[in-house]
Ligand binder design. Structure first.
Ligand code: GLU
Ligand code: ZN
Length: 298
């Protein structure tokens, strides 16, 4: 069998304006794809409609255009793909892998004080009659799931110990990110996922879901995170400033610098097409730093 051609993607959540951390993920995934003559898809991850900010998706797309990104195919919106997620859920239900969970947030916090974020399986064997609103959890098996990341090296988790059964459909009826992202990556034929290292510990769950759904497993590359002066992830929640769109080449130059690509100084003043040409030609993922990054504005 021939290996499918490279297909990458950028999957931002439209929760605010494009900030520098988002730009890094866009640049990293774009160059990883274009330097391999691969495709680069765009997916708006608006599955969590409660976090959607009106106009944010359009603002994001127009910012990406201003930076000279060129994507392949139609843009996919998760909010329009509920049927796909329902079919995946049905497959998991057929395999008896899901069960309702009515634990409240407070209950979970109390029960798992020593292991925050790990679900101890309280509802696993309760066979709850489903009357009230409830979340759906996926049973995990007691085995090790690992993968090799070109930047981070080998990473693995014992899902039963490190996370426990996890939610794939929320109490409010919305599908969880973990399920949506796995269905979409498979359905869109993505061969490598390039994204921020804040999602590194989601990857074993996603691989587990791929295994249960019979999907191929893409490769994964996790980029370093951009932190503010207080060591918080740069993002809307920490009040990160939106990107200055008036000098896109300058911002892209900084992004290349942060990603360890050592761009020549004059590239910051060149045209976008010259900048991209240089970046695609010289992209070397082995130079991506492992350490977190700090924004050092020009
Ligand atoms: N939508 C996620 C975010 O903006 C990224 C998900 C992914 O790349 O898998 O943080
Ligand atoms: Zn429960």
């Amino acid at each position: 069998m021939t290996k499918p051609a490279y297909r990458g993607r950028f999957a931002p959540s439209p929760t605010g304006e494009l900030h520098f951390g988002t730009l890094l993920a866009a640049v990293g995934s774009y160059l990883q794809a274009r330097s391999r003559h691969g495709e680069w898809l765009l997916r708006i991850e608006d599955v969590d409609t409660t976090r959607r900010v009106p106009g944010a998706a359009d603002a994001l797309l127009s910012a990406l255009e201003d930076f000279g990104f060129e994507w392949d195919g139609e843009i996919v919106y998760q909010s329009r793909r509920t049927e796909l997620y329902e079919s995946a859920l049905a497959i998991l239900a057929d395999k008896d892998l899901i069960y309702p969970c009515t634990c409240s947030r407070k209950q979970l916090a109390q029960e798992h004080q020593d292991t925050p974020g790990v679900y101890g399986g309280h509802c696993r064997h309760r066979h709850l009659p489903v009357r009230e609103a409830h979340a759906l959890r996926l049973r995990v098996e007691d085995r090790l799931i690992g993968f090799d990341d070109p930047v981070r090296g080998h990473y693995q988790q014992q899902l039963a110990r490190d996370c426990g059964d996890f939610i794939i459909k929320r109490k409010d009826g919305l599908f969880a990110y973990q399920l949506a992202v796995v269905v979409d990556d498979a359905e869109q034929g993505v061969t490598e996922v390039v994204r921020g290292v804040d999602l590194l510990d989601s990857t074993p769950r996603q691989i587990y879901l791929q295994q249960q759904l019979g999907y191929p497993q893409p490769d994964y590359l996790h980029l370093p995170l951009l932190l503010d002066a207080h060591g918080n992830k740069l993002g809307k929640s920490t009040g990160a400033a939106a990107l200055d769109l008036s000098r896109p080449a300058l911002s892209l130059h900084s992004a290349l610098e942060l990603l360890g690509q050592d761009p020549p100084e004059e590239l910051a003043r060149s045209s976008l097409s010259q900048l991209w040409q240089w970046a695609i030609e010289h992209w070397d993922h082995q130079r991506i730093p492992k350490e977190n990054l700090y924004l050092n504005p020009h």
